[in-house]
Design a protein around this ligand. Sequence first.
Ligand SMILES: [Fe+2]
Ligand SMILES: [Fe+2]
Length: 348
Amino acid sequence: MRMPGVVEMGDTVTVADILDALDKITGGRVCRRASDLFSGRNRFVVTKSSGLPGKAVTETPGLVFGDPSQEVKKLAVCMTLTEGHIELAGATGVNAIVSHHPVADAANSGGVPLKTYAALYGIAVFELHEAFHGLHPGIAFLHGHKVFRVDIAYGGIPGNVMAVGKALDGVRTAGDILRRLATYMAYDDEARMMEAERRVRKSNAIVEANAVTAGVILHGSESSPVGTIIHIHPHTGFTPAHLEQAVREHPDADTVICSISRASEGSPLVRKAADLGLTFIVGNSHAMEILENGVPLAIALRMMLPQLEIVVFRERVSSYPISDIGTPAIREYGREMAEKYLVRSEGV
Ligand SMILES: [Fe+2]
Ligand SMILES: [Fe+2]
């Protein structure tokens, strides 16, 4: 007898089985039929737009591209699909990718239609973004607190997520939170990876996203006590006025944590926190979401589809000054192409 939700060993896994597993993980939030995409029946089908012509994308949780009957042997979980991911999948026998962030034609497939690129390597593509958010309390846990209130549209702004939580046992100070993040996210490893890259590439000017976005205290100190925490994500539209409101609603709050996106020193949000007497901590950046959300998703899929090989595609993004990029020969090639073909004298 088949256990519900678990494909038994020996069974082949199909694209449809993965869709089933994602539907079970999300409690029925994925699109199961074409009509789900357009009818307004699925509240996780949402269009994201900055109002830039032609640049909106509609999230469609579930299968984006692929044949439901196709067999899958190896699956990758990633945050944002890129041409690098598609090439890595093609080169390592991955025939299904679950991307957390939504997938848009060409934007997530190297400037060409996803259909032609993914079909070339026989890759089925899934996405699972807003439909995955809020399913587990892990992001608060990693930052050292337990949430007792979540508002996913604070101040009436959809997506402006504010969580309020109590510090976990053993988490007493802002320093405890930073040390907890350093341990879970392996800050030392990230710093060593960046050092290794600098050594191999012979450039001390290289910086890497995971290594330069470690947690930091922007107001308060390591010894500042932590009890009730307001956890926000500034890129979703959280303003100083929202912080004032949140403190009125939670007068015992002593700490703000911002994560995914960061606030900067002296920014209006940090100044407002200081005015209100709150410690302000910058936690994990978006670069760490592969560990925060990608790893639980990958492990859930492995538990439900144990005969599938599952890997996690993790990115490192490095910044190089032009003087240090590639080899001397590549830099010379770049200079020659630019000089002969790109920088035209009449245009200068
Ligand atoms: Fe996310
Ligand atoms: Fe994200």
